[in-house]
Design a protein around this ligand. Structure first.
Ligand SMILES: Cc1cc2nc3c(=O)[nH]c(=O)nc-3n(C[C@H](O)[C@H](O)[C@H](O)COP(=O)(O)OP(=O)(O)OC[C@H]3O[C@@H](n4cnc5c(N)ncnc54)[C@H](O)[C@@H]3O)c2cc1C
Length: 283
């Protein structure tokens, strides 16, 4: 199929993009196009106007600032994945990006596009929730900052208001060990379930634990009960098994033609056990 007709504007500045989005209800932003273009071609999206932000250079940057990684929304996945700064300061993000489609997808796809698309099975939303990232958004009413855990409202639904653009992603750096454990039908397909974890240790004792799950609910799930159960004790087999049960209990997985809900819940527990054990090793 071919896309339904739409107007096209190639914005050359952020202000121009915001003005165009504000002036046309239901207008859509085009970033890397890896999700939007298929949606247009399948006519699942029929926007009257597509605002192309690929020439808005001010949205493309990657730098470390005040102990955080600052990422422009238009920065390509592959740039982030292969950055030495990201690999040393936020290695969980670098590892997770390796699971997003194939290199050709990651060469075009953008960090902002993946987050705004808000696929519950996608890797980046869950990583951002695990790491307590913050998102800057700009619209006709100015700029505001939204915590990652408040940004995702449901499948493909976010806290972005009409006319607002995601502009910057601010991610705290992390220490210790980390792990991504993902289950998918074929290599680099969207996850059936994926678990993202970081752990820091003080001697044998778990000082911090962060766990988020993708593919197991309408939004990424931050498994706070499991984190709290781990912190302050040794990461024994029993402690990890309890955390895995708590993660499974926090999930609300869909059952569909790809996998039944019970299977996804069980796999969330299995992947959590593996992720925590691997993160502990790295810590
Ligand atoms: C074969 C294939 C495999 C894939 N595998 C995976 C996978 O394993 N994991 C995964 O997570 N994804 C996967 N995807 C989806 C895709 O990689 C991402 O969703 C995509 O890269 C999103 O970024 P983009 O820049 O291409 O966004 P676009 O397609 O340009 O836009 C996506 C949505 O976000 C909106 N948008 C984009 N940028 C902004 C912004 N700055 N502010 C506000 N709204 C914005 C658009 O309007 C649109 O609604 C796959 C896609 C394909 C084609």
């Amino acid at each position: 199929m071919k896309a339904a007709p739409f107007e096209y504007l190639r914005a050359s500045s952020l202000d121009e993009a915001i003005e165009a989005l504000a002036g046309t209800p239901d207008a859509r932003v085009l970033a890397g196009g890896q999700s939007l273009v298929p949606l247009l071609n399948l006519r699942q999206a029929r926007p009257p106007l597509v605002v192309d932000i690929n020439r808005v250079d001010e949205l493309s940057f990657l730098r470390k600032e005040n102990g955080r990684l600052e990422i422009g929304a238009l920065t390509r996945h592959r740039v982030v994945e292969t950055s030495a700064v990201v690999r040393s300061e936020v290695p969980l993000l670098a590892e997770a990006l390796g699971f997003v489609g194939h290199v050709a997808i990651r060469n075009r796809g953008t960090v902002g596009g993946s987050l705004a698309h808000a696929d519950p099975a996608a890797e980046l939303p869950a990583v951002m929730v695990a790491l307590d990232a913050e998102f800057s958004v700009r619209g006709p009413a100015g700029e505001r900052v939204i915590a990652a855990r408040d940004f995702f409202l449901g499948p493909h639904r976010t806290a972005l208001e009409p006319g607002e653009l995601l502009t910057r992603i601010s991610v705290p750096t992390h220490r210790g060990g980390w792990a991504v454990e993902e289950l998918s039908r074929r290599s680099r397909d969207l996850a059936l379930v994926a678990v993202f974890a970081t752990v820091t240790l003080s001697g044998e004792v778990c000082e911090t634990a962060r766990i988020a799950v993708a593919g197991a609910g309408p939004t990424p799930i931050r498994a706070t009960a499991a984190e709290e159960a781990l912190v302050g004790g040794a990461l024994t087999d029993d402690a990890i098994a309890l955390a895995a049960e708590l993660v499974a209990a926090a999930t609300d997985p869909p059952g569909d033609l790809h996998a039944p809900a019970d299977y996804r819940r069980e796999m969330a527990a299995v992947l959590t056990r593996r992720a925590i054990a691997r993160a502990e090793e790295g810590a």
